[in-house]
Design a protein around this ligand. Structure first.
Ligand code: C2E
Ligand code: MG
Ligand code: MG
Length: 765
């Protein structure tokens, strides 16, 4: 029975007892006693009895009430303990808000949660609002209002509150109105604070991971410990072509391409187990059947008990990368025009080939081929035609070779073939001659035009001529130069003497440099004769090298190395300056000369600032430009193509004259005679030498004279040695000549002595 009822029952019983006592006790007393004294005594005892009973009852009731209260207090204490423990266990703070006065009780945990001391936190709503993130405050208050209006059973909000150290903590706030006035006005609300910063961070991380997982370009497969797929991301589907449904529950082996052995996979999984991850390139198969390379990383995920629970595979489709790698590899090793191996690949194949031939005691050969006058094609027909022609050449020559042979393009019009397993070195020359002859056959372009080419081949044999790649190529190159020198469209083997010549040349080059520094060069002058009256009209300056040991070296020996080493440029400048100075001196002495001829080497002619240099030498020496005649060879002009035209125009603009030296010996296009501003042709002495002995040469000389005159050019015959030659040339209208018949090239003082003598003789005639 509950204590209130119990108390009521006791009160009723007591009242009844009292009533009965008051009503009946006097009768009982009167019945028991008959005298006044006894009656009074009994009355007293009766009164005492009632008082004692009442006192006992009051005591009992008071005692009972206290006991009940004590048990209630104990219960309350236990319940409060429990409640506090629950809150602490849940790491929650508590607030208790008097909604009328805005007084708020904040529990210590709520305060310490934000890094404050209890004293820092005034027990007022402001203590809360002032620390709430301004962006979140309206939201939290809106939630309170919703609960206040009964729209939701609980108030709940997540917001940021500022920690004492300045950072923002995420708080989850839950509460409930626990007291309302009679008219429903909320009076009191209690709630809890939970710090959810970590959870928020984790959620953020999870969201980011999910984003990565979903939007990553890399495919992701997650399997359980039994290797059954439990998740794949969208990129997996894009790369493999299999949907998520098709993949789930399967072993990833359904993707394998069959390209790798069982051992490969075994060692892969072994690494995953031992190291925790594996990374590498692997070929897989798409749903379409296409196999493709991927870069795969497999990681094993272990639980806290260190047991593998899942495997995560992340892969990238590297087929594009592979393709561009292959393309790069191709670009690095193949000539883009002809698709033939380039120098780099040639070198590595040659090295390999030499090693193999040496090992097998066999022979191989390097054939270096150069297409003659290819530059001319480029210049006259354009680079597109040049490129087309090179491709045709490459195709035709490559067809002649065996598959095992390497045919490479070194650049420009230079090709190299590497032949293997030759029985005799002479086998190489068979191939070499075939290549030369194949080049001679015409090449028909897409336009229908047929072009005829020629070419030379130089051969070095390995291991006979060397086992070093560079050396073999150098030797083949020497042989090629030899082939060109012998006469084009030929094939030459490398010989030791070629190397010796090359090393002699190196020594010569060093000596030349030294000679230039020591001013060991001198100029000789050969008179230029007007054939009509045999008058000296000028001189050709010809350089000589007067070595310190007394030897006089002819230009035929030192001009080519000077040309190759570039020394010809300073040397040529010295020649020009010295000759101009000398000529100017003669002019000042009153000799009626009109022409100083100076040779320009191809290298000099290539110099970009040539006209500028000539102009400054003319102004430095004071020689009138009209007196200077620069001699250029046909090959120097051809070599420069269209650039020659500009060079010549610039020289002409200075007022100097231009002559073609050794005319007839080069591979010349007659078209240039018309196109270029030339003043004179100098017929090469090889034609003059055989005048009247060789019909062809005679015809050539006559033709050149006629050609020059038709083009309104002056013509001079070089190397006139006999009176007959002179007579013939005069008869055929040649304008001028030079040669031993008149005078050898002689030093300036001697040349000067020729002048008065000449004048006397011409005056005499
Ligand atoms: P080139 O310009 O054709 O010079 C003519 C060459 O023919 C000279 O040879 C000359 O001595 C030679 N010669 C002249 N008349 C006769 C003759 O009747 N019979 C024979 N057999 N030869 C005759 P040289 O001086 O030995 O010069 C050879 C070449 O060297 C020159 O040929 C020229 O190309 C080059 N050269 C000479 N001096 C220079 C120079 O200063 N600069 C440049 N770049 N080249 C030069
Ligand atoms: Mg000359
Ligand atoms: Mg000449």
């Amino acid at each position: 029975m509950n204590p209130v009822r119990q108390s009521a029952l006791i009160a009723i019983i007591y009242a009844l007892f009292g009533l009965l006592w008051i009503t009946l006790s006097d009768h009982v007393v009167l019945g028991l006693a008959d005298n006044r004294h006894t009656i009074t005594l009994l009355q007293t005892w009766k009164g005492w009895f009632f008082v004692v009973v009442t006192a006992l009852l009051v005591f009992w009731l008071a005692w009972r009430a206290l006991a009940v209260q004590a048990s209630l207090v104990e219960e309350l204490r236990v319940s409060e303990q429990r409640w506090q423990f629950a809150l602490e266990g849940a790491d929650q703070g508590v607030w208790d808000w008097n909604m009328q006065t805005n007084a708020v009780f904040f529990s210590p945990r709520l305060i310490t949660m934000l890094g404050y001391e209890v004293e820092d936190f005034a027990p007022h709503l402001d203590a809360w609002t002032s620390r709430l993130h301004p962006d979140d405050l309206p939201l939290a208050m809106a939630q309170v209002d919703r609960h206040r209006l009964g729209e939701c059973a609980f108030y709940q909000a997540e917001y940021r509150m500022q920690h004492k150290d300045g950072r923002w903590c995420w708080i989850m706030d839950r509460g409930k109105i626990i007291e309302r006035s009679a008219d429903g006005t909320p009076l009191r609300m209690i709630g809890t604070h939970t710090d959810i910063t970590e959870r928020k961070l984790m959620e953020e991380q999870l969201r980011q991971s999910a984003m990565v997982y979903t939007h990553s370009q890399e495919g992701v497969i997650i399997t359980n410990a039994e290797f059954n797929i439990i998740a794949v991301n969208p990129a997996f589907t894009i790369i493999t072509g299999y949907s998520e449904q098709e993949a789930l529950g399967h072993n990833p082996r359904f993707l394998s391409s069959g390209r790798h052995s069982r051992n490969y996979y075994q060692s892969m999984w072994q690494t995953v187990q031992q190291m925790g991850f594996w990374q590498g390139e692997i070929w897989n198969r798409r749903k379409s059947g296409e196999i493709y390379p991927e870069w795969l990383t497999i990681s094993a995920v272990r639980n806290e008990r260190d047991i593998i629970t899942t495997y995560v595979g992340v892969f990238t489709d590297i087929s594009r990368l592979k393709q561009s790698e292959d393309e790069l590899e191709h670009l690095a090793h193949y000539d883009p025009l002809t698709q033939l191996p380039n120098r780099l690949l040639l070198l590595s194949r040659l090295e390999h080939s030499v090693a193999r031939m040496v090992r097998q005691n066999l022979r191989g050969a390097v054939l270096m081929l150069d297409v003659d006058h290819f530059k001319l094609v480029n210049d006259s027909l354009g680079h597109t035609v040049g490129d087309e022609l090179l491709c045709l050449v490459a195709q035709r020559l490559e067809r002649r070779l065996r598959d095992a042979d390497t045919f490479a393009r070194l650049g420009g019009d230079e090709f190299v073939a590497v032949l293997e397993e030759l029985h005799e070195p002479e086998d190489a020359s068979v191939v070499g001659w075939d290549l030369v002859n194949l080049l001679k056959g015409g090449f028909t372009l897409a336009s229908g035009q047929t072009l005829y080419l020629g070419g030379s081949v130089g051969i070095s044999v390995f291991p006979d001529d060397g086992t070093e790649v560079d050396q073999l190529l150098r030797n083949a190159d020497s042989a090629l130069n030899q082939a060109k020198a012998v006469g084009r469209s030929t094939c030459c083997f490398y010989t030791q003497s070629l190397t010796e010549a090359a090393s002699d040349r190196l020594v010569l080059e060093a000596d030349l440099r030294h000679g230039l520094e020591q001013q060991e060069f001198v100029l000789h002058y050969q008179p230029l004769i007007r054939l009509r009256d045999c008058a000296i009209t000028g001189f050709e300056a010809l350089v000589r090298w007067q070595r310190s040991d007394g030897e006089l070296v002819s230009p035929a020996r030192f001009i080519p190395p000077a040309e190759e080493s570039g020394l010809i440029v300073p040397l040529g400048e010295w020649v020009l300056r010295t000759a101009c100075r000398q000529m100017q001196q003669w002019l000042q002495q009153g000799h009626g000369l009109t022409t100083l001829a100076v040779n320009l080497s191809p290298r000099q002619f290539r110099e970009p600032n040539l006209a500028h240099r000539v102009a400054s030498i003319l102004s430095e020496t004071g020689l009138p430009a009209a007196c200077l005649e620069l001699e250029i060879t046909e090959s120097a002009i051809m070599e420069q193509g269209l650039a020659a035209q500009e060079k010549m125009a610039a020289l002409k603009a200075l007022g100097v004259r231009l002559a073609i030296d050794d005319f007839g010996t080069g591979y010349s296009s007659l078209a240039y005679l018309k196109r270029f501003p030339i003043d004179k042709l100098k017929i090469d002495q090889s034609f003059v030498r055989d005048i009247q002995r060789d019909l062809a040469d005679t015809e050539i000389v006559v033709t050149i004279i006629a050609l020059a005159h038709n083009l309104r050019l002056q013509v001079l015959a070089e190397g006139i040695e006999t009176a007959e030659q002179l007579e013939f040339l005069k008869r055929n209208g040649c304008d001028a000549g030079q040669g031993f018949h008149f005078s050898r090239p002689v030093p300036a003082p001697e040349a000067e002595r020729l002048l008065p003598a000449q004048q006397r003789s011409s005056q005499g005639s």
